[in-house]
Design a protein around this ligand. Structure first.
Ligand SMILES: Nc1ncnc2c1ncn2[C@@H]1O[C@H](COP(=O)(O)OP(=O)(O)O)[C@@H](O)[C@H]1O
Ligand SMILES: [Mg+2]
Length: 365
């Protein structure tokens, strides 16, 4: 039987672009057929980023954003299918994560909000869409995040002891074992991006060159590391509504560090918190697969490598899923899981009371 084609759509906390992956799934065979990245329109990106630092939003503005992100996700799908010369009829379903606006785990009224109307994606592309993947896990007491560990387990094997690090706006790790462990370790690219945007007018610190020229301030680093989130045991998840530039500047207080030294210190913070999280749950000879845009930050990768001295750092590309396609591929796989009626959350990771089927279906017909 030929592999079934699925599309996965993802935009993470960096709000940098929409990643779209076309994947073929045939039982235990998984292949990324094509990958496409669509930049957010500048005006829409700015609206989404501004929203993160505001506490109120009119319902009309909310609907407008939901609609615009839905259209952008549909356009990202069309671009992917055009690039790979694939017809919409050939695709079984799209798994769309959407764009997170707010994530509220561990609350009396827990919940999470991803926008990008799946009805618009379905009716624009002519392909059924599975979306809203996080809330079923939350309804049974889970954090609704991270969801990628189940995909990592499928890809790399259950008891392999391998580690996957995803360096997105926020960083998360998966430690494969019985049971698997996975959680958000803390901030990664989102604060670094906010710094370069503010001081250099650039969307990100290319290869970490700016941070490399700065000096780590050990006092500030210790203060940042004293944030209770880092010592909290898993399950835990977080977002840019907590770890953002304001959070860093609040801790910086009256220290008056140069922006470059602050960038060096924040890059070190990501490297140390990821490395410490890995070391707390593994033995020395671990293989660590890195994915997400932060894998392109050479300085961050050097500091992470130094932090996990005895482990071997590998690129996820070796598994056939490129590091850039990893998260979008996760949501294509989750759509497949939904349609085959299989649970997809790992209770050991999210803290859910049980494994449940994740997502809701938006049909074209
Ligand atoms: N060449 C690069 N040098 C440094 N950082 C990079 C580079 N390429 C991408 N990035 C970082 O990766 C981020 C995007 O990573 P991504 O995995 O898409 O995160 P998210 O899942 O949060 O959207 C960018 O915002 C940027 O910070
Ligand atoms: Mg991204």
């Amino acid at each position: 039987m030929p592999a079934e084609l699925f599309v996965g759509l993802m935009s993470g906390t960096s709000v940098d672009s929409i990643d779209a992956a076309l994947v073929g799934i045939d039982g235990n065979q998984f292949e990324v057929v094509a990958m496409h990245t669509t930049q957010y329109d500048t005006n829409l990106r700015q609206a989404l980023l501004t929203l993160k630092s505001e506490t109120t939003l009119s319902l009309s503005d909310f609907i407008t954003l939901d609609h615009r992100v839905g259209r952008a996700f549909a356009d990202a799908t069309s671009a992917l299918l055009l690039q790979s010369d694939t017809s919409s009829e050939a695709v079984v379903a799209i798994g769309s994560h959407g764009q997170t606006l707010f994530h509220q785990p561990e609350h009396q009224y827990s919940g999470t909000l991803q926008i990008g109307d799946p009805n618009i994606i379905a009716h624009t592309t002519g392909i059924n869409v599975v979306a809203d993947f996080r809330r079923a896990d939350m309804a049974v007491g889970g954090q609704g995040a991270p969801l990628a560990p189940a995909f990592h387990e499928y890809l790399l094997g259950r008891n392999s002891g391998k580690v996957v690090v995803n360096l997105g706006g926020i960083a998360n790790i998966t430690v494969l074992g019985d049971p698997a462990i996975g959680f958000d370790t803390g901030p990664a690219n989102s604060i670094l991006d906010a710094m370069t945007q503010k001081h250099l007018g650039k969307p990100y610190d290319n290869s970490g060159q700016w941070a490399r020229r700065g000096t780590v301030d050990s006092d500030l680093l210790s203060t940042l590391l004293s944030d209770p989130y880092f010592a909290k045991p898993a399950p835990k998840s977080t977002g840019t509504d907590y770890f953002n530039l304001d959070w860093a500047l609040r801790h910086e207080g009256a220290n008056n560090l140069s922006p470059q030294d602050l960038q060096a210190t924040l890059t070190e913070l990501t490297a140390i918190t990821v490395a410490n999280s890995i070391k707390a749950h593994t033995t020395n000879s671990t293989e660590i697969y890195v994915c997400g845009g932060g894998a392109r930050n050479e300085y961050l990768m050097e500091r992470l490598t130094a932090g996990v001295a005895d482990a071997r750092i590998k690129s996820l590309d070796e598994t056939g899923v490129s590091g850039d396609a990893c998260e979008a591929s996760t949501f294509a796989w989750l759509a497949h899981r939904y349609l085959s009626g299989q649970p997809a959350n790992l209770p050991s990771v999210t803290g859910a009371a049980k494994a449940v089927v994740l997502g809701s279906l938006y049909t074209v017909g």
